[in-house]
Write a new protein. Structure first.
Length: 281
């Protein structure tokens, strides 16, 4: 069946663990039909990038996903879409023309994340990107977040069973104002996905292991991410029968290191013990 991307006039997505529609006022609805075969090699010339796990961290046996043979079409366990701010404006000002009627679609498999950027106004060059994990290494978690840091970056947040990733791509508005970036498309407006590279998926500012000290990572259920106005990025990774792991990446360009926290349920006795017994004992 075809996948239909809905672009709403005023639609806001809440970046929480289970994504849901918080509130919306429908001013105008536009439809973009994208055939299911768009996610096949026959529809777009795909670019493939290898996502390499961060050294010093190994997945637990339970966190490895058993599934299809590597490199073959496997079961899809998650999919979604993202629209730019101002993408539904009919008479948008010149500053918003670069994002009008433009969106990003994605779907998840255990060993691949596929992203396609589509526009109802123009063709986009290099608009299909496939992220792959190393065979027999780790698997992708359900949950991809795309967020604008306008007018500079578009952030794509995702995670494997051992590592979280922040892929920073130039914003369409920044591309439209930079002749050097525009030339990448060879006469066609380049997609933001055209600027993805393996270098942008490595380094302390782009990736961090899910647990400190190289200890085994517990089985993780999914991933949700959010970028604060300061640029600090927070990932929430719940485990089915354990705490919620929080991993924070510093702001882009910062020399700070990643931080890790755990959110876990505390029993009543633990609360009473913490309240009455001094921490120094």
């Amino acid at each position: 069946r075809p996948v239909v991307s809905l672009v709403w006039g005023s639609l806001r997505l809440a970046p929480i663990m289970c994504a849901h529609l918080s509130s919306f006022d429908v001013k105008e609805m536009q439809l973009k039909e994208v055939a299911a075969t768009s996610f096949s090699n026959r529809a777009f010339p795909w670019r493939e990038l290898q996502v390499r796990g961060t050294s010093g961290c190994r997945p637990s046996a339970a966190s490895r996903t058993a599934g299809h043979a590597y490199g073959q079409q496997g079961p899809v366990f998650g999919a979604g879409g993202f629209r730019y701010r101002g993408s539904a404006e009919v008479s948008s000002p010149e500053s918003l023309c670069s994002t009008r009627n433009r969106s990003i679609l994605w779907r998840c498999q255990s060993d691949a994340i596929e992203l396609i950027e589509v526009s109802m106004d123009t063709s986009l060059a290099s608009n299909a990107l496939r992220l792959l994990t190393k065979e027999g290494d780790t698997s992708f978690l359900h949950g991809v977040t795309v967020q604008e840091l306008e007018p500079v970056f578009v952030a794509v947040l995702f995670a494997t069973s051992t590592t979280v990733y922040r892929l920073l791509l130039p914003h369409p508005e920044a591309i439209s104002k930079n002749p050097g970036l525009l030339s990448v498309g060879g006469g066609i407006s380049p997609s933001v996905l055209a600027f993805a590279s393996e270098d942008k998926l490595s380094g302390a500012n782009s990736a961090a292991v899910c647990s400190a000290g190289g200890s085994p990572v517990p089985p993780l259920a999914c991933c949700s991410g959010w970028v604060a106005p300061t640029g600090v990025t927070t990932f929430a990774l719940p485990s089915p029968h354990g705490p919620i792991h929080l991993v924070q990446l510093p702001a882009p360009g910062s020399t700070e290191f990643a931080s890790r926290f755990e959110l876990q349920e505390v029993s009543m006795m633990q609360r009473l013990w913490t309240s009455f017994v001094p921490s120094a004992i």
